[in-house]
Each structure stands twice: as C-alpha cells, then as structure tokens.
Design a protein around this ligand. Sequence first.
Ligand SMILES: NC(=O)c1ccc[n+]([C@@H]2O[C@H](COP(=O)([O-])OP(=O)(O)OC[C@H]3O[C@@H](n4cnc5c(N)ncnc54)[C@H](OP(=O)(O)O)[C@@H]3O)[C@@H](O)[C@H]2O)c1
Length: 338
Amino acid sequence: MEQYLQEVVVNEFGGPEQLENQVSAPLSPQTGEVVINLKSIGMNQADLMARRGEYRLSSGDPPFTPGIEGGGVISAVGEGVVNRHVGQRVTLTISAPAGRGTYRSQFLALAEETIPVPDEIDDALIGALWLPFLTAWGALVWRQNVTKGQTVMLPAASSSVAIAASQIAKHHGCTTIGITTSPNKVALLEQIDAAQYDHIIVTRQADNRTPWWRKVKQITQGKGVDVIFDPVAAGNFLNTEIRLLAAGGTIWVYGLLGTPDKVDVSPLIRKDASIRGWLLNFLAGLPAEQAGYEHILENVAAGTYTLPIAGTFSLDQIRDAHTAMERGNHIGKFILRP
Ligand SMILES: NC(=O)c1ccc[n+]([C@@H]2O[C@H](COP(=O)([O-])OP(=O)(O)OC[C@H]3O[C@@H](n4cnc5c(N)ncnc54)[C@H](OP(=O)(O)O)[C@@H]3O)[C@@H](O)[C@H]2O)c1
C-alpha cells in the first residue's frame, strides 16, 4: 500500500496545537529540480520560534510550513539534471529550505541545493547532522580559526550545537568547558561519547558553594577562556562571560536563549577582547560552505563526529515533538521521520 504524503502547516502563531498535519499532493520536478522523499528532518529551536511568531524574518506570516533541515532519497529528477539520480541519498543545503519549510514527506529542490551523503551515514541522521556541526565549524574554524591549546567554553552544553562544537574544538586540539543550566544532565553528558567536554560546570545549582565562574577561572589558572561560543549571551550571564575572557578573547553570540538586559562591556577595552555575532547563513554560497559540508560528512562517515539523538517522532506526532523540545529536558537532537 502506498503511503500518503504529508506536510505540517502553522495556520496561526501559537503553541504546539497550532501545528496541523495535512495530506499533500505528489510533487513533480521542473527543469534542474529534484524531488526528495525525506527520510529525516532535524528539529531546531528556530522551528519553535517560527511557530510562536518570534522568527517572522524566516517564517513570514501564517500559513507556513516550518523546518530548515532535511535529507532523503531522490525519487524524481527534472530535465537537465545530470549530476543527481533517482535513488541517490542527499541532504539539503542551507539555502534549499528558504521560504519553503521541510516538515513534509516530499521536498522539491534545485539539484545544486542538495549534497550527496556517504553510505556510512544512517538514514536517521541524513537530514539532521550537518546543521549543528556547520554552525559550530563556521564560527570556530572558518571565522575564529581555533588552535591547539586554546580553551573553548560552550554554554547550553546539552544542546546539539554545543555537543557538535565540543567535538570540533577537541578535533582542533582545544580544551573544552561545557556550561549547563541542568544539574540532572551532568552524569548523562559525562557518559555520552559525543559530548567531548574536558570539564562540565553547572550554573544553576542550589548548593553551589563555589560560584560557577570561579571554577572556570580555576580551570584556566586565572588566565580566562580564549573563545566562548554562546547561544545565551545576554544580561548577567554575558556580564560574567566578559569577565571570564582571556586577553584577546572572543565571545561568539549565535542564539537568543537569554533574556536581554543591561551589560557592562567596559572590560573588553583592557582585554583587547570582542563580542561577535554568528549566523550559519553567512556561509551560504561561499566556497567555505562546501568545505564545511565535506569536513563534516567525512568526519561523520569516519565516526570521528557523532550526533546524539534525543528522540525521534513521525509527522503525525509533530505536536508531541514540539512539546518535548520546548520542555528542554533533552540532550542532543530531535529528529522527525516522515
Ligand atoms: N546562529 C546560527 O546560525 C544558529 C544555527 C543553529 C542553531 N542556533 C541556535 O543555537 C541554539 C541551540 O540550538 P539547538 O538546536 O542545538 O538547541 P537544543 O538542542 O534544543 O538545546 C537547547 C538547550 O539550551 C539550553 N537553554 C535553553 N534555554 C536556556 C536559557 N534560557 N538559558 C540558558 N540555557 C538555556 C539548555 O541546555 P542546558 O540544559 O545544557 O543548559 C537546553 O537544553 C538555539 O538558540 C538556536 O536558535 C543558531
């Protein structure tokens, strides 16, 4: 029996109850296009923000289909497509989902908006793995050029991006300090090979006799950290981070998890330090984008990089999937399997 095709639509901004599953028509490729039967779709905080109406720049107004990641098997190719074929396993590039959303069974993309995936990589990861790694690689390697011996601090230690960043930083010879808000995740993080933290520090702990930032100072023997790669970076937390930076250090801000408040940036002056913003999309269309995919896919295929899966859901379970991700008890990546 042929499976029917689905797509998820947000008809109004709001909670998970606004996610509607609809039956969709089969797609046919035009010149230069391919149709992909999606096998996995990585879930992002950006998807939750889009649903809530906090990311209109990307989602636009409802109705829209969320989702910025995906990968699967090519089921049809349009005229003029020479370098992709039916049956080939591919992942979508950064620009492929722009304005279209990937929470669906089938996706239409230009052939050049797809990247062939090595056989060693499982279908469950095919549409979920490069985004956390490329987000980390782009800032830490392409922009920052982290080097052996540097210390890299990674807040939101249980997030998929920080876990990917820990592997990339270790691969480049750095010392990694994971910072988590969740005391109950520490033992689990210590058991997960993918979470490559030399040290894990909890920020919100009732019986914290030593403040968390003092532990960071102790680890770095008073020198401070060279690089902070942070999706929280706001208010008092950012104030503390600025004080934890080593001379010449950099804070890369890549998320909006924190609550904005006043920040004293004056210590940056005497430290010759900086705060910089980072968005994955800065890579789109540049030669570095391809270099990043190659580095990541090669290392995942070789088993050097791995992505822990926090949970998998079908498109029918999309409301449960968003609820689980919003709860924040997870470690790693939630994946949709159409
Ligand atoms: N700039 C870019 O190009 C780019 C690309 C991809 C993702 N992102 C951003 O990266 C961040 C992580 O994404 P993800 O998909 O990896 O998320 P995720 O796996 O769902 O991780 C979320 C984790 O962040 C921490 N956290 C949540 N709220 C927090 C708060 N208010 N204060 C401090 N920590 C908090 C928690 O970790 P602990 O329990 O360990 O503290 C939570 O488990 C998101 O902000 C996302 O928007 C940015």
